[in-house]
Design a protein around this ligand. Structure first.
Ligand code: PMP
Length: 438
């Protein structure tokens, strides 16, 4: 009875890992998957998380179901990590830090990591987001989700499968290798239909590694603060701590939006911010599926109603979220010393990636002295932040890297810097220099 079912194409990113694993070449390099690796190319469990695990094991906790909305302490810790400083340090005001006593009204639920948070948001938006007026006056259609061009390859599918139409807004200027801020603002102001939901990468944009600067965020925020357009901001924060090595600094954009567009905010447009958080990368708990979705609301009554609806969506989908990863995060974030250790762990990951960026660029520039390359050819490697380098390699060059050098990356030229190590960086530079030799 299933003979009519066609085989589905392999996921672009996960398929790459399968191909890499099947390759027996000794120098093969996997630059596809967005998971952190140490300088030996090995997966990492953070020391803070290991210690949390040890403590959890000792306390012989039960394994009952969590509530549908997840663990209450975890939900609070997730929101606190997004908005409040993890140090009691007033210098952190610079990053828009909230005090714990002044958290805005919000509904937070624990989710199946970042992907689950986005999907839950999408299901909620399809049911409850203000609808876009169509030209034919009486009929309305679901709100449109505007995605940056380019974006994480799973974003379009998450929203499409939830039944929401998507469109792209200009984000990255591949020629100038910067954010196309004018194009972005133009698209949000003139092309996004009123009530659109705009997905924003909170930091360490995937795949371009190119974030808005402070002034650019401010200009974007002004578009959201404009009542006439009624845009909603959906932040995807999958890399808090990975962009700069500092979790507070990486949350600054989210905090500025929440401050301006929440109850008591200066613009009177409360409830325009949604936040999807993933703990996969910054806690290295990929397989434990730890995440949270927060909807900021105009008041506590709205928060309670929103939370009840999120539970109604979650219950028939997956019933309740997993236990262990949330406990690990709680154990780290509720202990001052472990929190400090975790900050150091994240900084160490970010630093190693930065060092590899510097080394790769240096080797590439040194290997190409005679070529008439523009001096800025390789500068994006160090200008970009987070786990990825958007190299500008063409699909044929990516194919050649795989064929001739056993180096695996997605055909859009995205290099996962986590896969670069002191042992393979010279080989990689040689491979890149060869395939880009004009
Ligand atoms: N958003 C972005 C931009 C991502 O890069 C990722 C992970 N690759 C996610 C969300 C979700 O990851 P997870 O479901 O593992 O938390």
């Amino acid at each position: 009875i299933w003979s009519h079912v066609p085989p589905a194409p392999e996921d672009a990113i996960l398929g790459l890992t399968l191909a890499y694993e099947a390759d027996s070449h000794p120098l093969k390099v996997n630059l596809g998957v967005g998971a952190y690796r140490d300088d030996d190319g090995a997966p990492v469990v953070l020391p803070s998380v290991r210690e949390a695990e040890r403590r959890l094991l000792q306390s012989r906790l039960g394994m009952e179901y969590l509530p549908v909305a997840g663990d209450a302490r975890f939900r609070y810790n997730a929101l606190r990590m997004a908005l409040c400083s993890l140090d009691d340090d007033s210098a952190r005001e610079a990053y828009g830090t909230f005090h714990e006593s002044q958290l805005p009204p919000a509904a937070t639920v624990q989710t199946l990591s970042g992907t689950g948070a986005l999907r839950l948001a999408a299901e909620f938006l399809r049911r409850f987001a203000p609808r876009t007026d169509s030209a034919a006056s009486t009929s309305t259609s679901p709100s449109v989700v505007c995605l940056p061009q380019p974006t994480w390859s799973n974003h379009p599918s998450v929203f499409r499968d939830a039944g929401l139409p998507t469109m792209s807004y200009r984000y990255y200027d591949g020629q100038r290798r910067t954010v196309d801020i004018d194009g972005m603002l133009h698209d949000l102001v003139y092309r996004a239909p009123p009530h659109s939901v705009v997905l924003l990468h909170a930091c360490a944009h995937n795949p371009t590694g190119t974030d808005l600067n402070r002034q650019q965020w401010q200009r974007v925020l002004e578009v959201f603060a404009e009542r006439r357009r009624d845009l909603l901001a959906l932040f995807d924060m999958a890399y808090q701590g990975f962009a700069t090595g500092d979790a507070d600094r990486d949350a600054a954009a989210v905090r500025s939006f929440v401050r301006a567009l929440s109850a008591g905010g200066e613009h009177g447009c409360a409830g325009r911010v949604l936040l999807a958080q993933s703990f996969s990368k910054n806690f290295g708990v990929y397989g434990h599926r730890v995440g949270a979705l927060t909807l900021f609301t105009e008041d506590d009554a709205a928060a309670a109603a929103v939370e009840s609806q999120l539970k109604l969506i979650a219950r028939p989908m997956y019933s309740n979220p997993p236990l262990h990863g949330a406990r690990l995060v709680n154990t780290v974030l509720e202990d001052a010393a472990l929190t400090q250790q975790w900050r150091q762990d994240v900084r160490q990951m970010a630093d190693r990636i930065r060092q590899m960026r510097a080394q790769l660029r240096q080797l590439l520039e040194a290997s190409l002295p005679t070529q008439n390359h523009h001096p800025s050819t390789w500068s994006p490697i160090t200008d970009q932040v987070g786990m990825f380098c958007y190299s500008g390699l063409q699909p044929e060059q990516v194919d050649r890297l795989r064929r001739e050098f056993h180096v695996y990356l997605t055909r859009d030229g995205r290099i996962s810097m986590a896969g670069v190590t002191r042992a393979n960086v010279a080989y990689l530079a040689h491979a890149l220099a060869t395939v880009t030799d004009p």
